[in-house]
Design a binder for this molecule. Structure first.
Ligand code: SF4
Length: 401
């Protein structure tokens, strides 16, 4: 049977962080209820097209899924279990922000079958958290982390963010050491650099002359060298404590690599529910509309006698940017997503998938990147070297045909 990953988007947050360009809003309860009604319909109507699949992973992300009433999450989990063939050992993750999930909520998630918690700490320094506009402090993270363990979570990820305004390498080292000092240690750590995205308050602060005098922007962003050194330090410190890097920014202890994220990098099928959610099903990519009002109204039309629509028609209304991937596009994605992982891409899988040898298509690129010391070829894989990982964007672009 074919395997599937399911993503569920919960686009609500208590307040917008200053750097955030994710699809999330701080909406009231009435709007949340309408959204969940629509989301449940989307999940139920989509079950038919997923009937030939076994679900290996579910990821409830956002936004802040833990900022809504936990009963909503329980209902979504029940709906998924009733309508989808979810494997008994499936990895089921919920994203969580400290300060939004108490012990009783965490217990409910566990009882609903969620077995992995991804906590957005970002920084262990309260001043840095304030600068980012986060709603929580370090103490709230600590409580959340210990409550999660007491509630029975044995697979916990902690998100950290480097290259923050005013951050020195020693500050970053303190943050890493703080997370490495947690007892018990997290099973997984994601460590990303801050990226200043257009349309966020941070973008204005760091690009608009008028904002340059304010106290926040007076804190400079770390320069490129410092940022690089933070990245090297991450690998070194985490490596010493038994974490292996399996993707550019992701580290796992033992076997705790995130199965759901690996599915994206390995170009395996996944379906996304909720506004803005992306899907890749049978070689077709599409995404859901991002407008919450439209999304909600698409699924309420069935109540109107003059506009009775089938579930299939409603799904059609919320899906856009549909693209049937050509063979060339599939090869490109297979390479540049696969090379994000330290294990690289499998030569055999390339052959099985495309009926061609990897060297036949990419021989020249592979040779030239090898000569530069950026890529290595083993008996069964092609992968980036450490040096190649440092300039991964450059390397990946070379695989566009
Ligand atoms: S909690 Fe996450 S999704 Fe919500 S505003 Fe902050 S960064 Fe964005």
């Amino acid at each position: 049977m074919k395997k599937l990953g399911i993503y569920v988007h919960i686009p609500f947050c208590i307040r917008k962080c200053l750097y955030c360009d994710f699809l999330s809003f701080s909406e009231g309860e009435e709007r949340r209820a309408l959204y969940f009604d629509a989301l449940k319909k989307e999940i139920a109507y989509s079950a038919k097209e997923c009937s030939g699949y076994e679900t290996e992973s579910v990821f409830i992300g956002g936004g802040t899924p833990t900022s809504v009433d936990p009963d909503y999450i329980t209902e979504i989990m029940k709906l998924l279990k009733d309508n989808y063939n979810i494997l008994e050992n499936a990895e089921i993750t919920i994203e969580c922000n400290p300060g939004t999930a108490d012990f009783s909520a965490l217990k409910k998630y566990r009882e609903a079958g969620i077995n992995r918690l991804s906590i957005g700490l970002q920084s262990a320094n309260d001043d840095e958290l304030k600068r980012l506009g986060r709603i929580h402090n370090r103490k709230q993270f600590e409580d959340c982390y210990q409550n999660a363990r007491m509630a029975g979570f044995e697979n916990v990820n902690v998100d950290l963010m480097s290259a923050l305004p005013g951050q020195k390498i020693s500050d970053w080292e303190n943050n890493l050491n703080y997370v490495l000092g947690l007892d018990p240690k997290p099973e997984h750590i994601s460590a990303y650099s801050l990226i200043i995205e257009e349309g966020t308050p941070f973008y204005d602060l760091y690009n608009d002359e008028a904002c340059k005098d304010c106290s926040l922007a007076a804190l400079p962003l770390p320069d490129e060298d410092t940022e690089r050194n933070m990245y090297y330090l991450t690998k070194e410190l985490l490596g010493k404590k038994g974490y292996h890097r399996y993707e550019i920014s992701n580290y796992a202890a033992g076997t705790y690599e995130c199965l759901h994220n690996k599915r994206y990098w390995e170009c395996r099928d996944y379906i996304g529910f909720g506004i803005g959610a992306a899907s890749l099903m049978n070689g077709v990519r599409y995404s859901n509309i991002r407008d919450m009002s439209k999304y909600i109204s698409c699924f309420t039309k069935e109540d109107s006698v003059s506009d009775i629509k089938s579930g299939d028609e409603m799904l059609k209304d919320i899906r856009e940017n549909t693209e049937k991937l050509t063979e060339t596009a599939k090869m490109e994605e297979f390479m540049f997503l696969g090379l994000r992982m330290t294990k690289g891409v499998s030569i055999k899988e390339f052959r099985d998938k495309f009926g061609k040898e990897i060297h036949e298509i990419y021989g020249n690129v592979i040779s030239s990147l090898r000569e530069e010391g950026l890529l290595e070829v083993t008996e069964d894989s092609v992968r980036l070297t450490d040096k190649g990982m440092d300039v991964s964007n450059y390397c990946m672009a070379e695989f566009l045909l």
